[in-house]
Design a protein around this ligand. Structure first.
Ligand SMILES: Nc1ncnc2c1ncn2[C@@H]1O[C@H](COP(=O)(O)OP(=O)(O)OP(=O)(O)O)[C@@H](O)[C@H]1O
Ligand SMILES: [Mg+2]
Length: 512
């Protein structure tokens, strides 16, 4: 008997069919992965199971009984919980306060919160599932991986039997992903059923019991994980063979000419701590220069410095000899720098604006789309159409809002805009986060084509395989400093892993 089953479940947004007669069945205590291209309809399906979207037609059965969810509260009452990709925690509160939010325990007969009891209960579930958290930790001090643990605990506290996670590993470091996989396997052991949406096929193979593939709103097939492999899944997802690791061989050798120079950069964060302390490097013409490191070692701040979102306390930055230190983002773009930011919704896009307007955001100085302060609507729409076609961006309507796009398609708008604006250097930060395998191949090829044309790429990614396969040289950042430079062709993953953890006596390390 299935614990959860959908029969011909369909969701339309106006005329656009996002889910088309979906028949999905999940067995008790299994880990089910849902995979599919960007815009395939995975999040839409899960949002119907969790009551955030109401189906257009079809039915949902829990324990073979039909249910109708009007809101997540209904879903929760049936034991279904969901962890979204964007966390919904209150940073200034502690772990236990976040978990108990809305279900506070009061002292008998008094309108007073019984913190002692709350802490005890939260400690109880932390122990039961072997999470590494303290109930009294403040959420603002936690890493992304720990915030996710709090979200999961919130659901466990509410006694869910079925836990849905939408791309839980997209924002995690490799170490945090391993921990998450362990946590989820523990949950299965304790009787929970888990549904995970992911683009990472390695995780699918490691984690799941069965996989359902969705393409263009339809179920393409369900396979047992033990009977399949990454290549076959990629093929099912995209409908063609996919190159899972694009090789950077065969490009033009990079020249000795320096395109971009960063000299002794320093900055402090809001608490006055020096988070970037003396970073120097050069990116040559026709080169991909990668920066690896465990998240939280100053990479985000370095990117903010280099993209005009933070200012330096010391140090200089040059593009082809021109001093561009502390310029604003629009001045940097004008100077010839393309920016793919880490946080696509926070810095790369405006969700409440249309797709065409986002396609020119940051480039209003381009006379083809704006002249004498007047936007040329026709040209802008024309440009959006070009991008949509060339970059295979799946949209329900060309003039729709970015908020209606799936996560990966939203990312492709940024990729298209930044590449098509003919920069000379692209700062690519987590460029394939949340992007499907077919599109990762496409974006990687674009980055290498750009390099092969003699331009430069500064690549910052927590995805080690991405850094290693694309970069010509890799620097490792640790505690705000670059502690070594390695040749990605000769260093092993475990060696670079050690370096990322701060071990400096590496064989291949070249002091910088
Ligand atoms: N509120 C909405 N209004 C209009 N169209 C929508 C809305 N929400 C989703 N869509 C469309 O439905 C399709 C499926 O979106 P969904 O978010 O389910 O994709 P997904 O499989 O989760 O993709 P990704 O891997 O990129 O997250 C997309 O083409 C999207 O543009
Ligand atoms: Mg999605």
């Amino acid at each position: 008997m299935s614990i959860i089953r959908t029969v011909d479940l369909t969701k339309k947004f106006d005329e656009f069919v996002a889910n088309d007669h979906i028949n999905l069945s999940v067995e008790p205590q299994e880990i089910k992965c849902i995979v599919g291209e960007n815009g395939a309809g995975k999040s839409t399906l899960m949002n119907m199971l969790y009551g955030t979207l109401i189906p257009t037609s079809g039915s949902i059965l829990i324990d073979e009984q039909p249910v109708k969810f009007k809101s997540p509260i209904d879903a929760m009452n049936h034991g279904i919980g969901m962890v979204h990709q964007h966390f919904k925690l209150v940073p200034s509160l502690t772990v236990y306060e976040n978990i108990l939010l809305g279900t506070e325990i009061t002292k008998k007969g008094l309108p007073l919160i019984d913190s002692g009891e709350e802490i005890r209960r939260v400690q109880g579930i932390i122990d039961e599932y072997h999470f590494q958290l303290k109930p009294t930790d403040r959420v603002e001090d936690l890493s992304v991986g720990q915030c996710q643990q709090v979200e999961i605990l919130k659901m466990l506290y509410r006694n869910v039997r079925i836990l849905i996670l939408d791309e839980p590993s997209a924002v995690l470091t490799p170490q945090e992903v391993d921990r998450l996989i362990e946590n989820l396997k523990d949950l299965r052991k304790n009787g929970k059923t888990i549904i995970v949406i992911t683009h990472k096929l390695r995780e699918v193979m490691e984690l799941s019991d069965s996989v359902t593939v969705i393409r263009q709103g339809k179920v393409i097939g369900t396979v047992m994980t033990k009977d399949t492999n990454e290549q076959e899944l990629a093929q099912m997802m995209v409908g063609r063979d996919v190159v899972l690791t694009v090789s950077n061989e065969g490009g033009m050798p990079s020249s000795d000419e320096v395109a971009y120079r960063v000299e002794d950069l320093h900055t402090i964060n809001a608490h006055g701590a020096e988070v970037v302390s003396g970073v120097s490097f050069e990116v040559k013409k026709g080169e991909v220069f990668g920066i690896a490191g465990v998240e939280g070692n100053g990479q985000s701040e370095l990117v903010k410095l280099l993209t005009g979102l933070m200012t330096t306390t010391k140090g200089r930055v040059y593009l082809e000899g021109r001093d561009i230190t502390n310029l604003w983002p629009d001045q940097l773009r004008k100077a010839g720098i393309g920016i793919i930011p880490e946080d696509r919704y926070g810095q790369g896009l405006c969700q409440s604006m249309s797709i065409p307007d986002n396609c020119i955001a940051g480039y209003w100085y381009d006379k083809e789309v704006c002249q004498y302060g007047v936007l040329k609507k026709k040209s802008i729409l024309q440009r959006a159409r070009e991008y949509i076609q060339k970059y295979d961006i799946r949209v329900a309507s060309e003039q729709g809002y970015v908020s209606e796009l799936s996560g990966g398609n939203a990312q492709k708008i940024i990729i298209a805009r930044e590449f098509e604006s003919h920069p000379r250097l692209i700062i690519a930060c987590q460029p394939t986060r949340g992007v499907d395998v077919g599109s990762i191949e496409f974006i990687h090829k674009q980055l290498l084509r750009f390099r092969n044309e003699g331009y430069s790429v500064l690549l910052i990614s927590s995805e080690l395989s991405e850094i290693m396969s694309l970069s010509d040289r890799v620097a490792v950042m640790y505690k705000g400093k670059i502690i070594g430079e390695v040749d990605p062709k000769t260093i092993s993953t475990s060696e670079i892993g050690l370096l990322m953890a701060g071990a400096t006596s590496q064989r291949n390390e070249v002091p910088v």
